[in-house]
Ligand binder design. Sequence first.
Ligand SMILES: [Zn+2]
Length: 128
Amino acid sequence: MPRLDSENRAFWTGGAEGELRIMHCNSCDRFFHPPHSVCRHCLSDDVDAKAVAGTGVVDTYTVNYQAWMPDMEVPCVIARVALDDAPEVILTTNIVECDPESVRIGDRVRVTFEQHDEIFMPLFKKDV
Ligand SMILES: [Zn+2]
């Protein structure tokens, strides 16, 4: 589990309100990830977390069959998801609630959250 700090808290806890929150720079009007207190593009510190739609497309993926940790469910899909309304942001995440073998590059997906105490892991499911 990630350790919460002032930079990443909005990202990891947005799911409590059903929101996927991505850092946005008010100076250059671009999104960036992972969360940071300074814009990765222009180094401005005029940044804040902004809720995005939570929809996107599978950019690439792999199906993992190896249980690396005792409580890991396999097979599972590890994917990179390109967000619709945060054009330069790609999240590394899991695709859940579907047959792992059915996932394809280009699939439309939508965020869903898995709660672990105060952390809400943003995962994605197929948008059908
Ligand atoms: Zn910027």
